[in-house]
Design a binder for this molecule. Structure first.
Ligand code: 13P
Length: 251
């Protein structure tokens, strides 16, 4: 049966010292509790090793926010999936709309990143979602389907089974405009139906599909109550331990 997951995505926020302090605060807030979901914090590369060390005896897993599309070599400034895995991180966010939009990450680049993450034992948190214009044109299902087909639907079933999906409508990210729980449910059910067609019912029922986009302590409970919403990928609200833990407590 699929897991419920609450994952933070710190994006390009927090110095190393601030990030370690935040990880410590989240760990302290969860100590003695058994969260009813898996908890992940996604940090910038520079924080990974220290945050993994800080969280090693906790229930909290660590994710990178990206990895290179090449295995190793002369690619100045890049960080490989093998390097990410060597820090102790278990997950890697791939395909975030900010990477697609600002850094030109195409379906093919993301396909390579997903494969390298999997080859190095990392579980990809693969992000998909439509822009405002695409939704207004009624194209959201086609966009999400193309993103899945372009980067992950050619994986073998056992590899696809290691992926966590995150539906993040671009118009809801950092805007305070959350998708309604019905809009999220409708899209998550559509995504699950695509997985069923491609990989069968058992694997689709086992795939965690997270919602992301202005998810906060006041709306998380309603979103997570929907049958196909298996948790959240949290940006802004993951930067404050109190808010992040309140979202975890929504389960
Ligand atoms: P916000 O929660 O800040 O809207 O960001 C969502 C997101 O992009 C998580 O990956």
């Amino acid at each position: 049966m699929r897991k419920n997951i609450v994952a933070g995505n710190w994006k390009m926020n927090k110095t190393l010292q601030e990030g370690i302090a935040l990880a410590k605060e989240i760990k302290a807030s969860l100590s003695g509790k058994t969260p009813k979901c898996e908890v992940i914090v996604g940090t910038p590369f520079i924080h990974l090793a220290s945050v993994c060390e800080e969280l090693k005896d906790s229930v909290i897993a660590v994710a990178a926010e990206n990895c290179a599309d090449k295995p190793s070599g002369a690619y100045t400034g890049e960080v490989s999936a093998a390097m990410v895995a060597s820090t102790g991180a278990k997950y890697c966010i791939i395909g975030h709309s900010e990477r697609r939009t600002y850094y030109g990450e195409t379906y093919e680049i993301l396909r390579l990143k997903v494969r390298l993450a999997l080859e190095n034992g990392l579980r990809p948190i693969f992000c998909i979602g439509e822009t405002k214009d695409e939704r207004q044109a009624g194209r959201q299902n086609d966009v999400v389907q193309a993103q899945l087909e372009g980067s992950v639907f050619d994986l073998a079933a056992d590899e696809f089974g290691k992926i966590v999906l995150a539906y993040e409508p671009v118009w809801a990210i950092g805007t305070g405009l959350t998708a309604t729980s019905d809009q999220a449910q409708e899209m998550h059910a559509f995504i699950r139906s695509l997985i069923t067609k491609k990989y069968g019912k058992e694997l689709s029922e086992d795939t965690s599909i997270l919602y992301g986009g202005s998810c906060n302590p006041s709306n998380a409970k309603e979103l997570f109550a929907k049958p196909d919403v298996d948790g959240g990928l949290i940006g802004g609200a993951s930067l404050k331990a109190g808010d992040f833990v309140a979202i975890i407590d929504s389960f």
